[in-house]
Design a protein around this ligand. Structure first.
Ligand code: COA
Ligand code: MG
Length: 296
């Protein structure tokens, strides 16, 4: 599946925001049925979201269309599924997942509902928010052995995790993520890589701070994340650009490949007075693969 750089949330009960979504330029839209929609508005969201999907059949979509359902431990989740599956979302975001067992359970629901709705089997993918409960971070490594065919990535969230931990803040005194959230974040990255799915960074809450978003996203990509969640259309361009390897990095990657190609069989070569060995080659191949995937 094509990697996703930007995944823009849209509250599913907001006809006005849904109407603005197509033009946002996001790789994926996440039509939300969960926390941005109050309980009294859920029925409205469950009408607007399937309507939005049906008006944009899969073949005609410019962005992937995902739906964030309610957590599986609420009765709301099944009601969501019954309404949205037949409208063929590209995927479902599963919030407050406790671990791979929750993703497996959702997969089984989808196995049945896809058949019932006449939707191609296995076509609806899953992206769990994998750190939003107190137990979830302990299970991140278990995704690697779970063989979840619908799983396309792992992402993480700090707000629900801090509620689950009884924290009054998720920031340290300097304003950076506090230890628990830094830990959840890097474990998400490691777990996604170990599983062979996309590591997707969490949202950047201050949607008026474009410079801060760019700096955070470039740092995030440098660490290995391939995209991030967005909450406002104004964040999308900055995210798309930040997760695309720069032309300097692409040039450098080509030069690394060329340096190895010049000395077939060499495990280590020199470039610009610096030693390169196989991890550098792998890294350069990774940069070019990502650039190719995003150049569409
Ligand atoms: N999707 C589509 N359109 C959006 C949007 C979004 N996520 N966020 C804002 N817009 C629209 C607004 O409706 C507004 O439209 P208008 O110019 O026709 O009035 C325009 O973009 C500018 O919005 P702005 O005034 O800057 O922001 P706001 O104060 O209206 O909204 C939020 C701020 C945070 C409430 C809003 O961005 C939002 O709802 N984000 C998504 C929240 C969400 O889904 N959270 C769940 C995951 S944590
Ligand atoms: Mg939440």
């Amino acid at each position: 599946m094509t990697p996703l750089r930007s995944l823009l949330f849209i509250p599913g009960d907001s006809a006005k925001k849904l109407a603005k979504a197509d033009g946002a330029g996001a790789d994926a839209l996440i039509l939300d049925l969960e926390d941005s929609v109050s309980l009294s508005q859920k029925p409205l969201a469950r009408e607007l979201v399937p309507d939005f999907l049906r008006a944009r059949p899969r073949a005609a979509r410019t962005s992937q269309l995902w739906v964030r359902i309610n957590p599986l431990d609420t009765a709301l989740a099944l009601e969501d599924l019954v309404e949205v599956v037949s409208a063929q979302p590209d995927g479902l975001m599963l919030p407050k997942a406790d671990g791979p067992a929750d993703v497996f359970k959702l997969s089984l629901y989808l196995d049945a509902l896809e058949v019932q709705a006449g939707v191609p089997a296995g076509s609806i993918r899953i992206l769990p928010v994998a750190t939003e409960t107190a137990i979830a971070p302990f299970r991140l490594g278990d995704y690697a052995g779970a063989r979840l065919e619908r799983l396309v990535g792992l992402t993480w969230g700090a707000e629900d995790l801090s509620a689950a931990l009884g924290a009054s803040t998720n920031r340290d005194p300097a304003g950076a993520w506090a230890m628990a959230y830094r830990m959840a974040r890097v474990l998400t990255l490691m777990a996604a890589r170990a599983t062979g799915v996309q590591p997707i960074d969490t949202l950047y809450a201050d949607f008026r701070d474009e410079a801060g978003l760019r700096a955070a996203s470039q740092e995030s990509r440098g660490e290995g994340f391939t995209g991030r969640l967005a909450i406002h259309p104004a964040q999308v361009a900055a995210i798309n650009e930040s997760y695309m390897p720069s032309s300097a990095e692409i040039d450098h990657a080509h030069r690394v490949l060329a340096a190895f190609a010049e000395e077939p069989g060499a495990g280590t070569v020199g470039l610009d007075g610096r030693m390169l060995d196989l991890p550098h080659l792998k890294q350069a191949q990774g940069v070019l693969a990502l650039a190719a995937a995003y150049a569409r």
